[in-house]
Design a protein around this ligand. Sequence first.
Ligand code: GAL
Ligand code: CA
Length: 342
Amino acid sequence: MRKTLCMIFLCGFAAWSLCACGETSGNTPEKVQVGVTYYNQTDTFLRELIDCYKNDLESRKTEDLEVTVMVREAAGSEKTQNEQVEELIDAGCNVLCVNLVDRADPSEIIDMARERDIPLIFFNREPVAEDMMQWDKTYYVGAVARQSGELQGEMAAEVIKEGKVDKNGDGKIQYVILEGEADHQDAIIRTESVVNTLKENGIALEKLSYQIANWNRAQAQNRMQQMIRQFHDEIELVLANNDDMAAGAIDAYDELNYTEESRPVFFGVDGTSVGLQAVRDGDFAGTVYNDKEGQASAMAELSVALGTGEGLEDIAFENDRYIYLPYLKVTGDNVEEFMDRQ
Ligand code: GAL
Ligand code: CA
């Protein structure tokens, strides 16, 4: 008898607790689990971009939406990155964000994602159009490379026209360029478009040297030292494809104890915290803002839309699956505005 009563009680309790659970789970939260891998943690801009992305995702969490993110860095190895994608898929990620080590070789990653039907957002390192056509669940978030070169060129033309750059007064600007990675869309196109823009603005140029420094401050310092040894005071303008390399160029002049007056004029791209500070201090004449907050927010919105299957129709794509954020000019006049965003 006691046993039966006990059973009845237990069953009753079980039934009640099931109902109770049913009530609260009326809206089970949706789960977005994002896996991110990026090419190298030594890259300043990407570290800052990924911090923004994590913060943005965090702010999208609600009672009805669980969001988690796992971030891996590939230390410049394509093989490592492919393994990371596999690991992130096995861990249950339902959206992938990939900053390719080799932007020309995404096939293995696309195959893995397609096999498990996990949407793929490439960012910052743009795959070529043919690869983006391999599968219709691939997206790209980035910025228009050509615009960054144009804006850098326009800012430089303005400073040159004020007469502050042509130190030897020969009517031409002796310049050097510090370039990012050899195959990177942003390096190739920035270099090309900054030079074209200067020419279109009627600036006579004399190229002294182009040096590749892979976005890296220490490498840029080293290359700049070599160029200073070769050209001494002849260099009037340093155009760097990013802020870290412009900062590395200044490191080289610092090390050689060049005075303010005998240094060239420096321009960067990105508006990283180091870059903005350099503009504020007057070390850079300007930089071009690579809108990490805008890119991070576009990536986060897209991640949630793809992970939940809702809201994709509200996103404005170009060519169906691309999102490009505009670049912006940063000079001493407006740098505070950008510092406030950080
Ligand atoms: C560029 C950025 C560089 C570097 C590179 C990495 O857009 O300007 O500083 O981060 O991306 O892909
Ligand atoms: Ca000159």
